[in-house]
Design a protein around this ligand. Structure first.
Ligand code: C2E
Ligand code: CA
Ligand code: CA
Ligand code: CA
Length: 278
């Protein structure tokens, strides 16, 4: 009835107002948290699929909230993106990750390259080279020990200036990975133009290996394409031995997932063989 509709309308308005308010609070809280240095970085190993040796680490943001405890990125990255805090957040993670990995290197732990996620906004601001240079200089980490992970979707929007920045970074020895590969629609021709070294096969395909035919086909296609272009493939989100065995047989070289380790403030380095230059 009209009356019910009216009540429903009223309910939605209240619900929307409540959501908007909680969003505004979260936004203010995140701004405060970034200023108070509450952001922290966890590290997840990437391993060589054949030997199981540690080859690299991915740096993943966590928000160590004074009241709410540790908050996962799914809760605050979208907020950071919506309220233009993502570039600041990304730069903090980059600096902290470089510092931490350099400290481990000085302890004698050569844990391979550290991969840091870069958001689309960080590319658009055209100061990626400057912030990478600053992070490397402050920490003393060699450029060859840094990898930047850029999602396939944000790479599809880049202009000439960003392409030049990526080429400059590559010239310094920084490696570049396409994150969440397979979820966007990049063409082979497009991939060839980018100075990338690595494709990260998205977890959504790995999840259904080896039983789902489509995931199997996509995984084989990505690995074949990477081979043809001389790129490394890292499979993400590997949780069980059946997935690992399939990926090995299909020719993937590296993987990351709970099967080996969850993200942690300090990976259990003693649990891995380490053979890397960085
Ligand atoms: P991503 O870049 O695809 O990172 C991989 C995510 O998969 C991480 O989630 C990791 O903990 C999770 N993961 C790894 N192995 C497994 C597995 O075997 N099983 C399952 N279920 N999950 C696994 P996390 O740390 O929650 O990060 C989520 C996303 O948040 C990241 O996805 C990335 O898109 C974003 N993110 C995290 N840190 C940053 C950052 O510093 N900057 C930006 N721009 N984005 C970030
Ligand atoms: Ca990533
Ligand atoms: Ca990913
Ligand atoms: Ca992913």
């Amino acid at each position: 009835s009209k009356r019910d509709g009216g009540q429903q309308h009223c309910f939605y308005n209240e619900e929307m107002a409540r959501l908007a308010l909680s969003r505004i609070r979260l936004e203010a809280d995140l701004r405060r948290g970034l200023n108070q240095d509450e952001l922290t970085v966890y590290f997840q190993p990437k391993v060589d699929l054949v030997t199981g040796a540690l080859v690299s680490l991915e740096a993943l943001a966590r928000w160590c909230h004074p009241r709410k405890g540790m908050i996962a990125p799914a809760e605050f990255i979208p907020v950071a993106e919506a309220c233009h805090l993502i570039a600041e957040l990304g730069e903090q993670v980059l600096r902290k990750a470089c510092h931490q990995v350099q400290r481990w290197r000085l302890e004698g732990i050569y844990c391979g390259r550290v991969a840091v996620n870069v958001a689309a906004a960080q590319l658009r601001h055209n100061r990626l080279c400057a912030s990478v240079a600053a992070a490397l200089q402050e920490s003393g980490l060699p450029p060859g020990c840094l990898c930047l992970e850029i999602t396939e979707t944000s790479l599809m929007q880049i202009d000439h200036q960003v392409l030049q920045e990526l080429q400059t970074l590559r010239g310094w020895g920084v490696t570049l990975a396409i994150d969440d590969f397979g979820t966007g629609y990049s063409s082979l021709a497009y991939l060839k133009r980018l100075p990338i070294t690595t494709l990260k096969l998205d977890k959504s395909f790995v999840d259904d290996l080896p039983s789902d035919d489509n995931s199997v086909a996509i995984t084989r296609a990505v690995i074949g394409m990477a081979r043809a272009l001389g790129l490394r493939v890292v499979a993400e989100g590997v949780e069980n031995a059946a997935q690992r065995d399939f990926l090995l047989e299909a020719g993937a070289t590296q993987a990351q997932g709970y099967l080996w380790a969850r993200p942690a403030p300090r990976p259990d380095f003693a649990a891995f063989a380490i053979h890397c230059r960085c």
